[in-house]
Design a protein around this ligand. Sequence first.
Ligand code: SF4
Ligand code: SF4
Ligand code: SF4
Length: 330
Amino acid sequence: MSLIPEKATQDRFGTYEEVARNSLAMLFDQDLCIGCRACQVACKRWNEREPLYEQAGRDPVAELGREIAKGKEGYAGAEIVSFTNPQNLEAHTWLTMKFDEFGDGETLQWLFTRVSCMHCVEAPCVYGCPTTALWKYPEGPVVVRTDLCIGCRNCIETCPFDVPRMNFELGVVEKCTLCADRISNKPIAVGSFKGDTYNPQFEIKNIFPYSSHNLLEPACVETCPTDALKWGPRNEIVRMAREKAQRIGGFLYGLEEAGGTNVIYVLKRPPEELGLPKVYKERPSTRTERLVSQFNALGLAGVLMLGVVGAVRWLGERKNRILKNNGKGK
Ligand code: SF4
Ligand code: SF4
Ligand code: SF4
């Protein structure tokens, strides 16, 4: 039994394999990234996100500089010294580049890691949402419709990559859209409940073949000066990622995580060393199915155990009753 409505993936999106193969995807090649953060700026500008200091009335860049200076002078305080800025995703920051320093002296190596939504092929956040505020475009993006979001945080709980963030001012969740408004014509998505059952219904306009005139690249991809970000049909992106990883002895992230995503990383170190979340490799629906059947099996085992205990007890009581009655007969 699947808790994920097959109809949503099969009737409208094609089969899972078709979507995984035909949708569009982004490649992040860590080997080519110089940590310039142009992608972060492009994301803020295209999506009209506020810089952090405007929200808090402070300048986090200056604060960060002070932290680093303290660190360099042998400062013994507990402050985190890092060039990552902002330190993590938040409602107005849909992309941040993580800065990590490895080695010592001669072998010093800086690595920059993209932190943003992975746009899962079968996105758990979409199926966690009770109001159909989240949906998956057949072209690849997973988008929050903030007019439908009720801020219940289910998507925050179900996302294995720790991506969606609450916008406390508006009471809605926000995250990277994979620039859906640049790369495709806007689909209309609606959902409804049948009794207590969540029943998503998707009305998609103008899907494949994606030949529309407004097919731009995502803003971050277009801005990247070193081609560390690439954009194309997912099967081609996967081929490029595999080839590059093999050539540099690198590591892939997003190919198998959560059953596959529409953002694929080629990394120079294992994902866990770069602080990326360790994510299950199954399709979310397969995983849910397995967990449900394990749960049911546990329940069945429990019922059987109770039955056995009850039967043993009943037999014992029966034996006592017979012995008692026999005693009376004496
Ligand atoms: S990474 Fe998280 S927020 Fe992004 S599509 Fe996957 S489950 Fe949803
Ligand atoms: S795809 Fe668009 S929304 Fe997502 S990080 Fe890049 S610029 Fe930002
Ligand atoms: S714009 Fe390109 S090179 Fe610069 S930080 Fe982003 S991914 Fe790296």
